[in-house]
Design a protein around this ligand. Structure first.
Ligand code: ATP
Length: 419
């Protein structure tokens, strides 16, 4: 068998999309007499700065001879890649292997590409050492990672992608809302992130230019196929089901507040130190502490109602936070409230007039000037908590491709899924 890895063919401004290039490569392989078996769409480290959007890379498994597959793939990439964009630097990698028989070094490379930053030279050295066909530029990092994904991913999900007729690209997409909402409702929770019910948004329909009409994500290929088939829309030029690591939290690694590094994503424990505060732009900031170390965290404005959950956190709450660290701040994707503070220390009120007492001087306690009552110090007041313990997440309209929706299960506390 032959694995064909592809990456970095698209451009933020001009459109295109590596999944579309992969679909065309698959057509070329079939036209040449080969068959295409599994297709993998892997999301790599979301913190990589040169990504166009979701840091996706693709791999096709075929029975065509590696040299022929390489020739066809490079020809399609040359034809379709948006290389006028200086940010686009395509890569093609072809290996003589199946998804399960790639060498350990390739599987390890793929695992690291989801969580770390890898240098181009390292990819090229490994490609040369293995004798793989390769062509192009930086895209070879993602292309090699996609080739290794079959052994690096242990939680597979599926996406059914429907493509537009090419001459419609750049025009508004026509997708019937009612049929999409009905299909999403019927298939939930096996299919997720199809729509955002609360925001009233069709999450499955991209807003960026490009050939994708919609993408339906879920736990099994049958469900995503059924949802896709139930959506009424403009003509679908073609549709493909990919096996993916989307919706799996594969990017998160266990960490500690004091040891995080830039450009990596973590799951880590702490205690809320600075209470949440909404600042310019509607972003909600807080700080968590673990011993002497602190880490600023932020829930960005686009995470919408997730910020309300974050705002309900109080100083002293024990939490687990998840997200990528950039410029010294963890960008919140989800969090768990582990243990909440139930009381706060407040200035006592006068038992006679029920007004706040005043300080009687340093270390002198409090007193009410009018009534003459005194109190030795601050008192406990029961907090009215609005947040139950458990996991909270950004809503579907703001979810990263790789982030695991809570509804998929496997979390270590009660969950409060957004849909
Ligand atoms: P889209 O999601 O629209 O297909 P994209 O977000 O996948 O686009 P690309 O245009 O593919 O973005 O750019 C990502 C680039 O980053 C590729 O060149 C890829 O090889 C490289 N890359 C991916 N993961 C890593 C990593 N872990 N370390 C270094 N480079 C990486």
């Amino acid at each position: 068998m032959t694995l064909v890895g592809l990456d970095d063919t698209d451009s933020r401004e001009h459109g295109m999309c590596t999944t579309y290039v992969a679909a065309r490569v698959a057509d070329a392989v079939e036209a040449a007499g080969g068959s295409v078996d599994r297709r993998h769409l892997v999301r790599l480290n979301p913190a990589i700065e040169f990504k166009t959007r979701g840091n996706a890379a693709l791999c096709l498994e075929t029975d065509l001879d590696p040299a022929r597959a390489f020739g066809l793939a490079t020809a399609e990439v040359d034809r379709l890649a948006e290389v006028d964009d200086p940010q686009t630097d395509p890569g093609v990698v072809v290996a003589d292997a199946t998804a399960e028989t790639v060498p350990d070094a390739v599987a390890a490379f793929a695992r690291r590409a989801v969580r770390k930053r890898i240098d181009s030279n390292e990819a090229i050295d490994l490609l040369d050492r293995l004798g793989y066909h390769h062509d192009g530029g930086r895209g070879r990092i993602g292309a090699l990672a996609a080739v290794g994904a079959g052994r690096a991913v242990d939680d597979w999900t599926y996406e059914r992608i429907a493509y537009r007729e090419l001459d419609r690209c750049g025009t508004p997409r026509t997708v019937d809302r009612e049929s999409a909402f009905a299909a999403a409702e019927a298939a939930y929770p096996d299919a997720w992130d199809t729509v955002d019910r609360e925001a009233g948004e069709l999450v499955c329909v991209p807003s960026a230019p490009g050939p994708i009409l919609y993408g339906i994500r879920g736990d099994d290929p049958e469900t995503v196929g059924k949802v896709a088939a139930a959506i009424e829309s403009e003509p679908v030029e073609s549709a493909v089901t990919y096996r993916t690591n989307q919706g799996t939290d594969a990017h998160l690694r266990p960490g500690t507040v004091g040891t995080v590094r830039e450009g990596r994503a973590y799951r880590l424990d702490g205690v809320v130190d600075d209470a949440p505060e909404t600042r310019t732009g509607g972003h909600v900031h807080l700080t968590i502490r673990d011993g002497d170390e602190t880490l600023p965290c932020v829930a960005f404005e686009p995470t919408k109602r997730f910020r309300d959950r974050v705002r309900h956190l109080r100083t002293g709450d024990r939490v687990t936070v998840c997200g990528e660290v950039g410029t010294g701040t963890l960008k919140l994707e989800k969090f768990a409230l582990r243990e909440q503070v139930t009381t706060e220390r407040v200035v006592p009120t006068c038992p006679d007039c029920e007004r706040s007492m005043e300080s009687a001087g340093r270390n002198q306690g409090y007193r009410c000037r009018d009534c003459g009552t005194t109190a030795p110090g601050r008192v406990n007041r029961t907090l009215d908590r609005e947040l139950d313990p458990g996991w909270y997440e950004a809503p579907p309209c703001a979810r990263r491709h790789i982030a695991k929706p809570l509804v998929r299960g496997g979390f270590d506390a009660p969950t409060h899924p957004e849909r």
